[in-house]
Design a protein around this ligand. Structure first.
Ligand code: C2E
Ligand code: CA
Ligand code: CA
Length: 870
């Protein structure tokens, strides 16, 4: 049925009105949709925009699809659904993630920028099936284009296929699509921009540099990051640099802005802010795109500048140093050296370069080359500095002692790229040190090693012995009567004797044995690396013989004797220290056994306890002397023919509360050593003279035999004191026979002769005690003003051998020849007494007749005689 005319006119009027309404509605929508999209409220903004679109188009579902980056798929990013629609509420996956390839009609239409406006039945099967899933009957898709490129689309779905839109509305929809596309593009660009800004800020923040943007006029446009020494972004943004930045910066920055803009590449300037102690490096980067600007990057170079300044000061200092600093290749070739190197080499400073490129070893003394190479080798292998001393040849061929401290220069990977050496002239110090070492380790007089060096050698020897299972022997050597030699001949002669003795003793030793001077007249011999000790007694004997070879002092021949004490590690000691102590003890016993003796620790083991008590006893000795702890015992000397008592020997006795009887062999030398001998002998003589007085009064005529030690003999006024003391008891020197041991008679012969003659002149008779132990020469004996020889116990004890008997016979004949009477000590049995009697010995003394006994018992023998014993 055709429409009536008016209706047509009505219709056209209606259409016009409707179209006007559409225009209004769409124009409103342009604004509201775009405003909502750009509101940046995230998802809700887009959703609101969809609702606005639905409102104007009256579609059942409006969705916005945006392409993923490669453009193969469009993702539904927002949708609005009319609550009253018949379309399904749940959106199936293919609609959410729209694959263009699966829907050729739709994608082809959109790809060319055209609107797709179809009912379900007009569509190809794939699209039909897609829409049928939710019950859509019509679809309208508007492409979203950016410079002709599809980046998404708007889709409008209707549940009624009759919901057709006029061409005007389609045009308006197309326009609306354009607006939406523009809005989305802008959003996208802004997002990118924002991301870029954030990225830039992150980058700028990471460098700790200040970054800001300037206009060509020098106004701060934007500040990306700040610097602690400069005003903050809030202060400077939007303001000219001349007003907000420190003048030092403005001064360099302002002229650089036009320069950078004109040059179209970056310009760098520097400045310092002295008050803030900051050094800055400013880089101006012109921005050539769009509005001209300059990006300024402010880099803080304070530390670098300080480093550089420090380096310069350091270099200046190094150049002033006396030490030469030398940089070398790992192979030791010189690369660089401070001026002091020229000094070491005796070069003129300007000639220093001539040494560069040459190896350090060029000038190192050939003998020092191996240690130098060794140190360089070690240096490359380790991180530690090494020091060494080498002789360095100067230009003129002379050598300096140079101390070089070397360190390897390493790269970050640890590899060695060079060697740095600090070198100084230590020639004077070196020579001094050598001298000091000599002084410290060697005795100045004998040039023998001293205690210090001995200690070291001993420690090494003991270590080696432990390791190799060998032995170390140590001998303490003490020169007998050295004090008297010094007293008699003076220190110079004493020194000469020591030097002489040292040289002699050395001849006995092997190369790796060591003779050291322990001090005074004491020496120590160290025999390391011994496999057995059988040879030891031979060595000891040879040392003794070497000492006795005799030395002419002051025109007189002296035959020094030594006492030697040997101990062996590990047999007698567990350490070097113990070994020294053991040898010292042994030597002490050798001395006490009559001097001129060699003893071994193993022989005196039974006396060890004595050694320990020694110190304690010593401290009690003076009390004993002063408080009357000493007594005198008497031992008769019997006439061999007849057995009556010819004389009586006074022997000191000490009974200590703690230790019991202590032998005079111990306390007499002790008293001498600690200076108590004078007091001791006064006690003895006083007691003995008292007794003698009583005996004289009782009509007994026997002589008193008195032991006198060497220090007594040499004491001033010894003879006159003794005479005075006798006088107090109304006794005469002829009542007394003085016993002097042979060893005293030997050394200081000339001086002691004087004393002995004094004694003789005063009227005392003299006896040489312990005869046979001191190796007196016959000529000396001949000159001595003695009347009696007391033959030492050791000879008596050898009478059971043929040889012993022959020796005794020779002594008896000798004494007859010298017109001396003989007393034989140590007669312990009748057989001995008879034998000696047969030899023509005049007097006998010993336990066979009587031990030393208290005065009362002695008096009995003096009265009765001992004829029954012979
Ligand atoms: P000496 O002068 O050789 O004295 C003799 C020593 O031989 C004494 O030892 C005596 O006890 C010991 N004797 C005596 N008969 C025998 C014997 O038949 N067999 C053995 N084996 N020994 C015998 P003593 O009393 O121990 O004296 C030791 C040394 O002490 C003395 O040796 C003497 O040098 C010294 N002495 C003792 N009293 C004094 C003193 O008042 N003044 C000084 N300066 N020295 C003294
Ligand atoms: Ca005696
Ligand atoms: Ca004796």
């Amino acid at each position: 049925m055709a429409k009536p005319e008016w209706m047509a006119s009505d219709d056209s009027q209606f259409v016009a009105q409707r179209e006007l309404g559409l225009y209004h509605a769409y124009f409103d929508a342009f604004d509201s949709v775009v405003a909502r999209l750009l509101a940046r409220d995230g998802a809700s903004g887009v959703a609101d925009a969809m609702a606005a679109l639905a409102d104007v188009t009256r579609a059942s579902v409006v969705s916005l699809y945006l392409n993923v980056p490669d453009g193969s798929v469009a993702r539904m990013v927002a949708a609005w659904r009319d609550p009253a629609t018949r379309l399904a509420a749940v959106t199936p996956a293919p609609l959410k993630l729209f694959e263009y390839a699966n829907y050729p009609m739709l994608s082809d239409t959109l790809a060319v920028g055209m609107v797709l406006n179809k009912s379900l039945l007009e569509l190809p099967l794939a699209e039909q099936m897609l829409l049928a899933q939710i019950g859509a009957r019509r679809i309208l898709c508007i492409p979203l284009l950016n410079r002709g490129e599809l980046f998404g689309f708007l889709s409008f779905l209707d549940d009624d296929e009759r919901r057709e839109r006029s061409s005007t509305e389609l045009k308006l929809l197309s326009m609306l699509g354009n607006h939406v596309a523009q809005a989305l593009i802008r959003l996208h660009v802004e997002d990118d921009l924002l991301a870029n800004q954030q990225r830039l800020r992150a980058l700028v923040g990471a460098t700790e540099d200040m970054v800001f943007e300037l206009s060509p006029e020098g106004v701060v446009r934007q500040v990306w990051s700040g610097h602690p020494a400069l005003p903050s972004a809030e202060v400077i943004t939007g303001r000219p640099i001349a007003l907000v930045l420190p003048p030092e910066i403005v001064q360099v920055l302002a002229p650089a802005i036009p320069e950078a803009l004109a040059a179209k590449h970056s310009v760098t300037v520097q400045c310092a802010l002295p008050q803030r102690g900051v050094w800055l490096h400013l880089r101006l980067q012109p921005v050539t795109v769009g509005e001209p600007r300059v990006v300024v990057l402010v880099h803080d170079v304070t530390e670098l500048a300080q480093d550089a300044a420090r380096k310069k000061t350091m270099l200046d200092t190094l150049n002033l140093l006396e030490e030469a600093i030398v940089d070398m290749t790992p192979a030791g070739e010189l690369i660089e050296a401070t001026p002091a190197w020229a000094g070491l080499r005796g070069l003129e400073a300007r000639n220093l370069p001539q040494d560069m490129g040459k190896a350090l070893s060029t000038w190192v003394h050939p003998e020092d080359q191996p240690s130098m190479a060794d140190v360089l080798g070690r240096l490359l292998a380790s991180n530690e500095a090494s020091s060494l001393r080498v002789r360095l040849m100067q230009e003129k061929g002379e050598f300096l002692w140079v101390e070089a401290r070397l360190i390897a220069l390493r790269g970050p990977d640890g590899s060695c790229h060079g060697v740095r050496g600090v070198m100084r002239d230590v020639t004077v110090a070196h020579l001094n040190e050598q001298h000091i070492t000599q002084l410290a380790h060697y005795d100045n007089l004998t040039k023998l090693p001293n205690r210090l060096l001995l200690d070291q050698a001993l420690a090494h020897a003991v270590d080696r012995a432990r390791r190799d299972n060998t032995k170390v022997a140590l001998g303490f050597i003490d020169l007998d009567h050295f004090k008297q030699i010094n007293d008699a001949f003076g220190h110079k002669m004493g020194d000469e004797l020591l030097v002489n003795l040292a040289a002699r003793l050395k001849t006995v030793l092997r190369d790796n044995d060591l003779l050291a001077r322990w001090g005074g007249d004491e020496f120590v011999v160290l025999l390391p690396d011994l496999t057995d000790t059988a040879r030891l007694s031979d060595i000891a004997e040879r040392l003794r013989q070497a000492a006795r070879q005799g030395v002419v002092l002051d025109g007189m021949e002296a035959k020094p004797t030594i006492s030697v004490g040997f101990a062996v590690f590990p047999d007698n000691a567990e350490s070097g220290e113990e070994l020294l102590t053991a040898a010292d003890h042994t030597m002490y016993h050798a001395k006490n056994a009559g001097r001129n003796n060699a003893c071994f620790y193993s022989d005196i083991l039974h006396l060890k306890a004595l050694g320990r008590e020694h110190v304690a006893i010593q401290s009690r000795l003076s009390d004993a002397i002063r408080l009357g702890g000493l007594q005198v015992y008497y031992q008769p000397i019997v006439r061999a023919k007849g057995g009556d008592v010819y004389a009586i020997e006074a022997l000191a006795r000490w009974q200590d509360d703690k230790s019991g009887w202590i032998s005079p062999e111990l306390f007499i030398p002790m008293a001498e050593k600690v200076g108590l001998i004078q007091e001791l002998s006064e006690v003895v003589t006083h007691q003995a003279f008292c007794k003698l007085r009583e005996w004289r009064d009782a009509g007994l005529a026997q002589k008193l035999m008195l032991n006198v030690s060497r220090s007594q003999l040499f004491a001033p006024r010894f003879v006159s004191n003794l005479v005075d003391r006798l006088g107090e008891f109304k006794l005469r020197p002829s009542d007394v026979i003085i016993e002097i041991t042979e060893s005293v008679a030997l050394t200081d012969y000339s001086r002691q002769l004087k004393h002995l003659k004094l004694l003789g002149a005063a009227g005392f008779a003299l006896a040489i005690d312990d005869f046979g132990t001191g190796y007196s020469s016959l000529s000396q004996l001949h000159e001595m003003p003695a009347q009696l020889l007391k033959v030492d116990v050791s000879f008596t004890q050898r009478l059971h051998t043929d040889e012993g008997r022959r020796v005794m016979q020779a002594i008896v004949q000798l004494s007859h020849g010298l017109d001396l009477d003989i007393v034989v000590e140590g007669v312990e049995n009748l057989e001995t007494a008879r034998f000696l009697q047969g030899l023509g010995v005049q007097y006998l003394q010993g336990f066979h007749f009587s031990e030393p006994v208290p005065a009362g018992v002695a008096e009995l023998w003096m009265r009765l005689g001992l004829s029954g014993k012979i």
